[in-house]
Design a protein around this ligand. Sequence first.
Ligand code: NDP
Length: 333
Amino acid sequence: NMAPIPSTMTAIRIPHTGGPEVLSQDTVPLPTLKEGEILVRNALAGVNFIDTYFRTGLYPVPPSHFPLTLGREAAGTIAAVHPSVSDLKEGDRVVFMGTVGAYANYSAVPAAQAVRVPDALSLDKAAAVWLQGLTAWTFVREAGEVKSGEWVLVHAAAGGVGGLLVQMLAAVGARVIATAGSDEKCQVARRYGAGWVLNSRREDLADEVLRITQGHGVDVVFDGVGKATFDFDLIVAARKARVLSFGNASGAVPPVDILRLGAKNIKLARPVVNNYVATREELETYGKELLDMVTAGKVQVPIHKIYDLADSASAHRDLEGRKTVGKLLIKTE
Ligand code: NDP
């Protein structure tokens, strides 16, 4: 009862780096399966800020990889499995992330990077929460080791990762101060459970954080904004704080003089989600915890918009233009 597998498909590729206009809708052959791989008929691909880094060249890719199919996560249904794969089968609903080219009708995915979606969960929600949810959850647990009662600060708290961070941090009992780029976004962050919200465009932001924490500062900073906020993070960090700089939405943080950290014994980390879910056991453990939270309704997964594959460039423009709240998805079937 599965649709027959066609010989060609539509993929969104870039011939070279550039602005959103380089995204090209191409007809390409279906990927062929290598050992250990499954072929997934993608229902929805997730849009992540990292997709824009590959597009602009901030994260360089070898010239031989062009034209490059964008997209690092999707949810869909298995259309075929390589004979070497035994634990997944045709018809299974799965979600995956990795170096996979997900802005396409089909992706060839290492079975080790795919996880079954529970029956109770829609593919929309699975695609919307997977990469950003694993990021937020592993960063709360491993990079932040956040404890109940600690002061934490989350930047871009109405965004994809930021919104999930606020909800998870509130759930573990942290005292969450959230920043966001507009008053409307601040209201969103408050609904996610932030106790204090600050419009990041105001001038006296650091004073406000120190006032709220009665001079203590924040024990953990979650910063996906990067260049624009890094110095601020060191100012508002408490003694012995963990500063987690994990993204470049405003540009890459320039090299840091580590002597600056000594003033408050700050631990600075630059975590990457993949390195917390590198083994099958880690992926399954964190993946199950995440999907359980979503299925139980403990974590909301707001979807900003579902874009047509042909309209992927608009998704990039909206994300880079700070116009979005929650997750951007691309309909890939
Ligand atoms: P978001 O949905 O959070 O979108 C980015 C947000 O950043 C914007 O909405 C905006 O919110 C804020 N922002 C601040 N300054 C700028 C700017 N100059 N240009 C654009 N946006 C700006 O995206 P994601 O959830 O996909 O990603 C958030 C961050 O997390 C990114 O830096 C991403 O690279 C990083 N990330 C890192 C991972 C890792 O493993 N290290 C994994 C996943 C994501 P506002 O208007 O409120 O300021």
